[in-house]
Design a protein around this ligand. Structure first.
Ligand code: NAP
Length: 194
């Protein structure tokens, strides 16, 4: 099987994430895409992040209707900071030996050389960085054959914009799925983002 692993904070998950996962699944002929919301985001001390359980549930709500998508709790349930090497190890233990394609934002991917156990990450998965239009792409020659970059126009939607809109009372319909919109309003998330 060819399995996509869509890693992200998903704070909140928006339609750009869903379009990106769908497009990567199509281009790389993936059998399924497993969304993996992060646990404790160690690199985000500058802002508060919604609780992992809320981000996980919004991800489940947003992906529920698509038979190609599912959601894993591996990062939410593992104590301590989320490292991609652990994400891939845990998924391989749970799902078995398949071809894994780790998909995330190109900004996050640009930090790859500072990631823990970079060599193991690169051995464990093909890496796919998805970007919003106009974003400068990192050097694809970094690790030939193991990293791909893809521009996704729908990624002009961003989680930070969705949070800012909720905070000032602007609509987020058509930026997030209707179920996610209802959930974040019901739970009063992002009312006072920092
Ligand atoms: P981030 O820094 O919050 O995001 C950077 C940029 O990438 C943002 O513009 C974000 O847009 C976008 N992005 C993030 N995930 C995306 C996705 N799946 N699809 C499309 N765009 C995405 O990144 P992060 O969420 O903390 O981390 C992303 C993934 O990389 C996670 O799985 C994380 O565990 C992993 N990571 C691992 C290490 C490590 O192993 N040491 C270090 C850094 C990141 P939105 O805000 O709109 O999503």
């Amino acid at each position: 099987m060819r399995i996509g692993v869509m890693g992200g904070t998903f704070d909140p998950i928006h339609l750009g994430h869903l379009v990106a996962a769908s497009e990567v699944a199509h281009r790389f002929e993936l059998d399924e895409v497993v969304f993996v919301p992060t646990g404790q985001p160690w690199q985000k001390s500058h802002r508060s992040v919604a609780p992992a359980e809320d981000r996980y549930l919004m991800t489940v709500i947003a992906t529920a209707a698509d038979p190609r998508f599912r959601v894993s709790r591996v990062d939410v349930d593992r104590p301590g900071p989320t490292y991609t090497v652990d994400t891939l190890r845990d998924l391989r233990a749970e799902l078995g030996d398949h071809d894994y394609y780790f998909i995330t934002g190109a900004d996050a991917l640009a930090d790859i050389l500072s990631w823990r156990d970079t060599d193991e990450v690169l051995r464990g998965a093909h890496l796919i960085g998805v970007t919003r239009p106009g974003h400068a792409l990192v050097d694809p020659g970094l690790v030939p054959g193991r990293i791909s970059l893809l521009e996704i126009p729908a990624l002009s939607i961003s989680s930070s914009d969705v949070r800012a809109r909720v905070e000032r009372g602007a609509p987020v319909s058509y930026l997030v799925s209707p179920g996610v919109e209802s959930y974040l309003l019901k739970r009063e998330l992002y009312r006072e983002s920092t």
